[in-house]
Design a protein around this ligand. Structure first.
Ligand SMILES: Cc1cc2nc3c(=O)[nH]c(=O)nc-3n(C[C@H](O)[C@H](O)[C@H](O)COP(=O)(O)O)c2cc1C
Length: 201
């Protein structure tokens, strides 16, 4: 079998990642181990990013004390769903991600110079690729049997001061992780049909 030979997920796999996967805000007591969080990262890190820059930086808050530091930054509607989750991932972007390009993109040293001299381009590149990596995190977590609850309702500046002080890391979104309680998930909302969201040109 060649590398490009057809190899696809079966129906159960597609359900696990997409069709039956839901956003959760109630969680079972079941713990998420540090080993599982490492597995999540070891999968998500293979997703593509611009110039292989890998700008996402993730703080996994997996103790009560760590999540208490997050509490003041949460919008009121997001407090309970976050404080009750076994783990909350803060997905951030490193604005100085280009410093790692000698390792990550060794064949083209010019890119580092270009990004270093243009903070606007560097931020745009970091934001786009780190957000993509956040999506890879969700898919990786689901693939490993975890449920996710992504959130953007929080004070990002407060989170950055509390968790990323002294570093050029900016938080993008939060993702609660654990084993969700499906009985509390509301009916699935629609998605746009192909015709509304896509064009075939
Ligand atoms: C980037 C992002 C930000 C979100 N922010 C919030 C939020 O602040 N509060 C909240 O309750 N849900 C939030 N959600 C959850 C979405 O509303 C939810 O994923 C969407 O309605 C799809 O739900 P489903 O996966 O169950 O179909 C967010 C989701 C994403 C991906």
């Amino acid at each position: 079998m060649t590398a490009s030979a057809a190899c696809t997920l079966d129906e159960a796999g597609l359900d696990l990642l997409f069709r039956r996967a839901r956003t959760h805000d109630r969680w079972s007591e079941r713990d998420v181990t540090d080993a599982t969080l490492r597995q999540v990262y070891d999968l998500m890190r293979w997703g593509p990013t611009s110039a292989n820059g890998c700008p996402a930086r993730i703080a996994f808050l997996r103790t009560r004390a760590a999540r208490e530091r997050l509490r003041p930054a949460l919008l009121p509607g997001n407090v309970d769903k976050t404080m009750s989750a076994p783990v909350t991932a803060i997905v951030g972007m490193d604005l100085r991600f280009y410093e790692r390009l000698p390792l990550l993109h060794p064949h083209d040293p010019n890119i580092r110079r270009i990004l270093e001299s243009s903070p606007v381009l560097a931020e745009h590149t970091a934001r786009l690729s780190a957000a993509l990596q956040g999506a890879y995190l969700i898919i990786a977590a689901r693939a490993l049997g975890l449920d996710c609850g992504p959130l953007q309702g929080f004070d990002a500046s407060a989170v950055d001061r509390e968790f990323f002080s002294g570093r050029e890391i900016r938080s993008l979104f939060l993702c609660n992780l654990g084993h969700g309680d499906r009985t509390h998930v509301r009916p699935r909302a629609a998605r746009l049909p192909f015709e509304d969201a896509c064009e075939l040109l």
